[in-house]
Ligand binder design. Structure first.
Ligand SMILES: Cc1cc2nc3c(=O)[nH]c(=O)nc-3n(C[C@H](O)[C@H](O)[C@H](O)COP(=O)(O)OP(=O)(O)OC[C@H]3O[C@@H](n4cnc5c(N)ncnc54)[C@H](O)[C@@H]3O)c2cc1C
Length: 494
């Protein structure tokens, strides 16, 4: 089987399980389900499937950063929504529409969600037990997935080759766990992707037994009839539509797209009164980048675990930057609290897809978190600067939501011009961390088995299903939950 755009492969027309979206969540789910011996799975991916390489394997560090932070240069960048609260959810906020999705862009940071975030009433107790205590008579999903990913990386600290813990700027940093590995014979690296088991000898897509893949296939809607999901409606190659039937449909199209598909389906099914779902959240992230003279911490990625007081964790990346200097990239990542007013909403129309709009903003608690994060960064810099012999110039931040000082400040073209010792601060706009989630929460919109309440046959996976985000990056949990859903559906099908 191959993934050429528009090409049809496998049992087109009907499948037992349809997976909408071939990104991190969808491919991990499909692979795990097939691994349990379930067959007749079809992955529907809107983008092409010829290039299966991670961007940091395919391109230089500089070019890969530009693809992320100047996405107009990435042919796969696509934003299928509009923002009602600009500049949030604009700029670099969007999908990378290709087989592999953002698993071919991510940095491989794998941290479990914090205990305080996983507490009830947010996360259902059975999901938390599977993630943290034990799953189906074996180790917890967090333990298993972390072990698998670190084994894939070839060492405990992935790309950094095991850089040790160190004290710097008054903080105790540990090596950041990353599912990354070096590409032999080059200065490049790649992060884990579930496509790992999908590459044929000729480099083309060759899905595991039991899985078909259809690329270039835009899913317009879930086919809802008689109160149940019966399949999906896709755009065909000739500009018309085609229905593909299935017993089970799993939405894995990224948070906003999966929510758009869910809003349509739940509205058609009469489950949703207004065509919108709330709870959309991203991480609140800010930081500074500074060029330092030699003598600072050795190159690597480090972090200070989350403080419950700030619901945030501190990260520092040190990169060699020419003779006698290095680039210090410091960021603090915190939780945007779930908020029913932060929504994905649709405008019902005669045809699918219904246009999707996003609305999001900070609650007063989030604003306090922004201020607390800035204090952590200032304290850190005040202590760190003298350690490397530079003046601790004060960190000046502008108002949250200033599009002129967002995370694109770390583009190589900008940092290259920075004089040694002068820090440049930045604050991400909401929706631009690629960590958006929370709009299809387990235990509320979904059962704790990922099925939509009131719409049997329809499931979802990905960060969309997190009841709250915590501060940790989402993908360790995304992978764990995709495997959990696969195990549950496989057990049912026996
Ligand atoms: C530069 C970068 C760095 C990151 N670093 C980290 C990190 O270090 N740690 C971490 O935890 N996370 C990280 N992330 C975030 C992580 O990559 C995402 O959270 C994750 O990929 C989301 O998984 P997903 O399957 O929900 O979405 P995606 O991976 O985006 O996959 C969605 C797929 O669905 C397809 N699709 C969308 N709509 C349709 C449709 N209508 N029909 C058919 N197909 C459709 C898309 O084309 C895409 O392939 C990073 C992201 C980026 C971009």
């Amino acid at each position: 089987m191959s993934g050429n755009p528009g090409a049809k492969h496998g049992s087109v027309g009907r499948a037992r399980v349809l997976v909408v979206g071939g990104g991190l969540a969808g491919l991990e789910f499909a692979s795990a389900l097939a691994g349990h011996g379930v067959g007749d799975i079809m992955v529907l991916e809107a983008g092409p499937g010829e290039d299966l390489d991670h961007i940091h394997r395919a391109y230089s560090r500089e070019r890969a950063s530009e693809m992320v932070f100047a996405p107009e240069g990435d042919p796969h960048f696509h934003r299928p929504w509009s923002s009602r609260t600009q500049p949030h959810y604009t700029g670099i906020s969007g999908l990378r529409r290709r087989l592999g999705g953002r698993s071919l862009y991510w940095h491989g940071v794998i941290l479990p969600l914090e205990d305080w975030a996983l507490r009830e009433p947010w996360w259902p107790a059975d999901v938390v037990a599977d993630l943290t205590t034990g799953h189906r008579g074996g180790p917890s999903l967090y333990d298993r997935v972390t072990a698998d990913l670190l084994e894939w990386s070839g060492g405990p600290a992935g790309e950094d080759g095991g850089a040790g813990a160190r004290r710097f700027g008054g903080q105790s940093f540990r090596p950041l766990p990353r599912a990354c590995r070096a590409v032999p014979g080059t200065d490049r690296w790649e992060a884990y992707t579930p496509l790992e088991g999908w590459r044929g000898a000729d480099g083309r897509v060759a899905p595991p037994a039991g899985i078909g893949v259809r690329c270039g296939t835009d899913v317009l809607a879930v086919d809802v009839r008689d109160g149940r999901a019966r399949g999906v409606v896709v755009r065909d190659g000739a500009g018309g539509t085609e229905t593909i039937a299935a017993d089970t449909v799993v939405l894995c199209a990224g948070t906003v797209e999966s929510t758009r598909l869910a809003v349509q389906a739940l509205t058609v099914a009469g489950v949703l009164r207004e065509p919108r779902l709330g709870g959309l959240a991203d991480h609140i992230v800010q930081g500074f980048v500074v060029r330092l003279p030699a003598g600072g911490p050795p190159p690597g990625s480090y972090y200070v675990p989350t403080s419950p007081a700030t619901r945030s964790y501190l990260r520092m990346d040190v990169t060699p930057d020419g003779p006698g200097s290095c680039l210090l990239d410091v960021r603090i990542t915190g939780e945007q609290l779930p908020d029913e007013r932060s929504v994905v909403e649709c405008r019902p129309a005669a045809d699918f897809p219904w246009p999707a709009r996003v609305r999001s903003g900070l609650r007063p608690e989030d604003r306090r978190l922004v201020a607390a994060q800035r204090e952590v960064l200032r304290d850190f810099w005040r202590a760190a600067a003298p350690e490397v012999g530079v003046l601790a110039r004060p960190l000046e931040f502008t108002a949250f939501g200033d599009a002129d000082r967002d995370n694109t400040r770390v583009l190589p073209g900008r940092t290259r011009r920075q004089p040694v010792g002068r820090p440049e601060t930045w604050t991400s706009l909401l929706g631009t961390e690629d960590h958006e989630g929370g709009s299809l929460p387990l235990g509320r919109v979904l059962t704790s088995r990922h099925e939509f309440v009131g719409l049997p046959g329809l499931y979802a996976a990905g960060p969309a299903v997190f009841p709250r985000l915590g501060a940790a990056n989402p993908s360790l949990t995304t992978i764990a939950l995709s495997r959990r859903l696969a195990a549950a559906l496989a057990a049912e099908s026996r």
